[in-house]
Design a protein around this ligand. Structure first.
Ligand code: NAD
Length: 252
């Protein structure tokens, strides 16, 4: 059993989906949780109470938003860079503002958060930085140019962070999920259902069978357990890695 008592964990984009699953698992293992992300105020207050957590609402699509987040959070022992969005379009029609937003939120924000969180981790000689990348950090799919580029980039950032801090007691790893049934993916299922004129269940099967050989979704809690393992003493020498949790998607 991983014991994270006394550790402060900041999880970006933790009001929903994977980030919330990670927050729940790390809370169960004793960490103090700092939540971040958007959403319904009453719902967020409920999550805050459930996890006895702090909540800091800053928009991470700008450098200032990330600086404000880390300033308000104070020192953290565990940083999980998770906030993300999706936009699909062929490159010729891909809106420039969407490209910039995705790159800012999913590549620049992890860089700025890492930069701000590192000094205190290094001074304590212990830190864990976990970047929630994607199988799309390793392989591509059409119409996701910004997402795939940002996720490939964040795996590069993971490796550099690991190398620069290899002797500092600070590890940095990426997790690369395939399909996880969260609001981000539900939107893609809804789009298939609408385009094909089929039910939600049928659209889910199409989505899975196209890419994920196990035909199963990874859950946010599965990813939380992997994060907890990467925070454990047993994982002290695991750094600079990118772990797939993709039902053999990238094995083909
Ligand atoms: P989600 O939509 O359920 O949650 C996204 C979170 O990010 C929310 O808390 C949202 O409020 C927050 N967020 C969005 N824009 C923000 C901004 N500008 N500033 C601060 N917070 C912001 O999505 P999810 O599926 O849980 O995705 C979480 C991460 O996991 C993303 O990085 C995504 O790319 C990655 N991922 C998801 C899947 C999947 O199948 N769902 C697969 C691989 C990787």
């Amino acid at each position: 059993m991983v014991d994270l008592s006394g550790k402060r964990a900041l999880i970006t984009g933790s009001t929903s989906g994977i980030g919330l699953g990670i927050a729940r698992v790390l809370h169960a293992k004793g960490a103090h949780i700092i939540l971040n992300g958007f959403g319904d105020e009453a719902e967020i207050v409920k999550i805050q109470k459930e996890l006895n957590a702090d909540y800091i609402n800053t928009d991470l699509s700008s450098e200032q938003g990330v600086i404000d987040l880390i300033k308000q959070t104070g020192d953290v022992d565990i940083l999980v860079n998770n906030a993300g969005i999706q936009h699909t379009s062929p490159i010729e029609n891909f809106p420039s503002d969407k490209w910039n937003l995705i790159m800012n939120l999913m590549l620049s924000a992890p860089f700025f958060a890492t930069k701000a969180a590192l000094p205190s981790m290094k001074s304590k000689g212990w830190g864990r930085i976990i970047n929630i990348a994607s199988v799309h950090g390793l392989v591509a799919s059409p119409f996701k140019s910004a997402y795939v580029s940002a996720k490939h980039g964040v795996i590069g950032l993971t490796k550099v962070t690991a190398l620069e801090n290899a002797e500092a007691g600070v590890t940095c790893n990426a997790i690369c999920p395939g399909w996880v049934l969260t609001p981000l993916v539900q939107k893609q299922i809804d789009a298939i259902a609408e385009k094909e004129g089929i039910s939600n269940d049928e659209a889910r099967v199409i989505l899975l069978s196209e890419k994920e050989p196990t035909l199963d979704f990874t859950t946010p809690e599965d990813i939380g357990e992997m994060v907890a393992f990467l925070c454990s003493d047993a994982a002290r020498n695991i750094t600079g890695s990118a772990y797939t949790m993709d039902g053999a998607w990238s094995a083909r």
